[in-house]
Structures are given as structure tokens and as C-alpha cells.
Design a protein around this ligand. Structure first.
Ligand code: SAM
Length: 380
């Protein structure tokens, strides 16, 4: 097993080196926006593997920096690297230097604002976003930044990847089902001994995902969750009837999340757990059904008051972890059919629910717990 893990670590390094070469190529073609997106993703990946897999890939930073085709981008990448190494004050000050280049558009100022926010200087981050809103009151990126400032002040310091990391490393799962894979970040937290299964209409092969677990290769299904549950024999894939943990993070609409919940619960045991992402919106903008801002949750949160009302037998709490809360649902009952039977009337009723104004009310409605993830899972 050790040599297999080492082999996968070198595969991860090779993949990142390959991607740095692509950045270099994109730069030669003058595709600055693509360079920036790809470089930020590489920086994030280096940080992800360090944080969750204790892999030191920082030796790749110099080649990533020298692959940047413009001085401003170089400065930006240095700032991001410092932030990934938790040197937030230094990152904010370097991001300020990048913003001083006065490149047109909101990208550089908002990059600076995000770095200031991460460094804990929320009021300066807000000032930058508010100045942009004076120029364009519908600058959704600036509105996103303000929502993230609120989130930084109200949420726990951990993010949902930290909680998933704790679950995977401490609870020793046999299987893990994920609805909504995207670049594979959350799926890449699965450990040795777990069978990870991912479902996403936009991601169907190992080559398409960016983040990889060095220990557990996933089975990927390129289809919607509805198609998955109607066409795939899940127990056969899992090697047993019950799901240990399912993470719902697919289409961010209430009725779809409810359908995903109903479908997953049919394969639950008394020890199973369903996690639902995006159950605690910081404000109404990020909770709209139509996506406007980059920081967006949709109206998934409605599933919490819905389950609380219709299924009082469930054990439901939401951890206020960044960026949008993570609901933990236990005491599942695979024989329950009430949600399925009343689906139309339930969705009609809860679609009409509005997000309360006050944070306290939001927390009450979304069943926010004051327990830490460790306390919740009985981990010492
Ligand atoms: C927020 S991303 C998932 C992020 C990922 N879980 C993570 O944390 O790294 C949401 C994903 O859900 C996928 N998706 C959208 N509709 C879906 C559906 N009906 N069934 C399954 N996945 C869906 C999208 O293609 C997108 O990749």
C-alpha cells in the first residue's frame, strides 16, 4: 500500500507540473484570463494537498511564478501562495501592490479585498467592495465579496472540507457517495479503505477531475443524480446495501436536493449520515434561485425547515462552517415514504418560504448547532 500511495503522490506532482507547462503555453498565446484561472487552481491544489494530505508540493511554486506572462500576474500568484501558506498579512500587502497597478475592471481590487478579508481586515475589504458598488450598484462580484465578509464574521474558522477531512480520517468509512463532484476537491478527501462514488453530469472520468485522493480512486458517473438513482444498482457498486456517508452538493435547488435526499435515504442504515452543503445562506442574494453572484448557494437551505417539519424523527443540525454551512442528518429511516408521497405539496409550500432577515432567525430556521464537528461526531 505504501508504494501505491507514493506512486499516486508522484502522479499528482506530474499532473501539476503538466498543468504549469500549460500555463506557460497559454501565456505564450496571450490568454491572460486563462493563465490566471489555471494558475490560481494550481496554487489551490498545492495548498489542498498540503492541508489534507500532508504533501509538500511547494517546490512547484517557482516554476508556476516563472510561467506567468505578466508582472502583475506574477505578483498576484506570490500573494496567493503566501495566503495558501497562511501568511495572510503578507499576502494582503502583496495583493495591495497588485491592485496598485490600476488594471481596468474589478478583478485586482477584489483580489486585494479577498486577501484583506482572509487576513482578518474585514472593514478594509468591505471598503473596497463598497467603492466598486458606487461605480456599479449591480457589480455581483463586489456584492459577493460583501457577503463573504459577513460570512467571515459569522461562521466558524473551519470550512466544509475540514469537516469532510475529519469524517474521512476519523470515522473510517467503507463507502462514500457524492452528488456533485465538479473538480473533485471534496471527493479527493476519501481515504484508503473507502469506496468513493461520484455523480455529476459534467464530470465522468479521472482525467476530467483536478483533485485526486492519493489513496482511493473514485467510481465516477457522468449523469444527473435522478438518472443515477433510476438506472444504477447502488448496493452492487458499494458492495453492500447501506451508504455510510452521502454528501449532497449537486444542483442547488430545494426540490432537487429533496429528491436527492429521498433517493439516498432508501439506502441508509441506522449508522448512515447524509451531509448537505449550502444549508446556511448569509444573506438573501446568495440564496436566490437564479444565480447572479459567484458566491451562490441557491435555495437548498429550505430542506432544513422542510425536514424538521415533515420528518421530526430525523436528527438534523447544521454546522456553521465556511462558506455556506454543512447540514448533518442522522437517524435516517429507509422505510419512510412520507416525503415521496407528499413531494408536490411539500415543494409548493416550502418554495414559498422566505429567508429571514436576522442572523439569529436564520440560525434557528436552519438548525445551527453550537457543537464543534468533533463533539457532534463523538471524536475525542
Ligand atoms: C458546487 S459543485 C460541487 C463541488 C464539490 N462537491 C466540491 O466541494 O469540491 C456542484 C456540481 O454539481 C453538478 N450538478 C449539477 N446538477 C446536477 C445534478 N442534477 N446531479 C448531479 N450533479 C449535478 C455540477 O455539474 C457541479 O459540478
Amino acid at each position: 500500500m505504501v508504494s501505491e500511495i507514493m506512486c499516486d503522490c508522484s502522479a499528482i506532482r506530474n499532473q501539476l507540473e503538466f498543468n504549469i507547462n500549460l500555463v506557460y503555453e497559454l501565456g505564450r498565446q496571450g490568454k491572460l484570463e486563462e493563465v490566471c484561472t489555471a494558475s490560481l487552481l494550481i496554487t489551490e491544489a498545492i495548498s489542498f494537498y498540503h492541508r489534507h494530505w500532508e504533501m509538500d508540493l511547494s517546490g512547484l511554486y517557482p516554476s508556476l511564478i516563472s510561467a506567468q506572462p505578466a508582472y502583475q500576474l506574477m505578483v498576484l500568484m506570490i500573494a496567493r501562495q503566501l495566503a495558501c501558506q497562511q501568511m495572510y498579512d503578507a499576502a494582503a500587502s502583496i495583493a495591495g501592490t497588485a491592485a496598485a497597478f490600476r488594471v481596468p475592471g474589478n478583478f485586482f481590487p477584489l483580489f486585494h479585498a479577498a486577501a484583506l478579508r482572509e487576513a482578518g481586515n474585514i472593514s478594509s475589504a468591505r471598503d473596497i467592495a463598497e467603492k466598486l458598488l458606487v461605480v456599479d450598484p449591480e457589480d455581483w462580484d463586489a456584492l459577493s465579496e460583501i457577503a463573504q465578509c459577513d460570512m467571515q464574521e459569522l461562521f466558524l474558522p473551519q470550512d466544509y472540507y475540514d469537516v469532510l477531512h475529519t469524517i474521512h480520517t476519523r470515522l473510517k468509512l467503507e463507502n462514500y457517495l457524492e452528488i456533485g463532484v465538479a473538480q473533485g476537491r471534496s471527493l479527493a478527501l476519501a481515504r484508503c479503505g473507502t469506496t468513493p462514488v461520484g455523480v455529476d453530469p459534467a464530470t465522468g472520468s479521472k482525467e476530467e477531475i483536478y483533485f485526486h485522493s492519493p489513496e482511493a480512486a473514485p467510481q465516477l458517473f457522468r449523469m444527473t443524480s435522478d438518472d443515477f438513482f433510476s438506472s444504477i444498482n447502488l448496493p452492487e457498486i458499494l458492495g453492500k446495501r447501506a451508504i455510510d456517508v452521502a454528501f449532497l452538493d449537486g444542483l442547488h435547488l430545494f426540490e432537487q436536493t429533496l429528491r436527492d435526499f429521498i433517493n439516498v435515504e432508501r439506502f441508509a442504515s441506522p449508522d448512515s449520515m447524509i451531509l448537505i452543503h449550502d444549508c446556511l445562506p448569509v444573506n438573501a442574494l446568495v440564496a436566490e434561485r437564479n444565480r447572479k453572484s459567484a458566491f451562490w448557494l441557491g435555495d437548498v437551505w429550505k430542506i432544513i425547515p422542510c425536514l424538521k417539519t415533515i420528518r421530526p424523527d430525523l436528527d438534523i443540525v447544521t454546522l456553521p462552517v465556511k462558506p455556506s454551512g454543512l447540514a448533518v442528518i442522522r437517524n435516517l429511516d429507509p422505510s419512510s415514504r412520507i416525503l415521496e408521497r407528499q413531494f408536490d405539496s411539500i415543494t409548493e409550500h416550502f418554495n414559498g418560504l422566505s429567508l429571514p432577515e436576522s442572523w439569529e432567525e436564520k440560525c434557528r430556521l436552519c438548525c445551527v448547532t453550537d457543537k464543534s464537528p468533533e463533539q457532534l461526531f463523538g471524536i475525542r
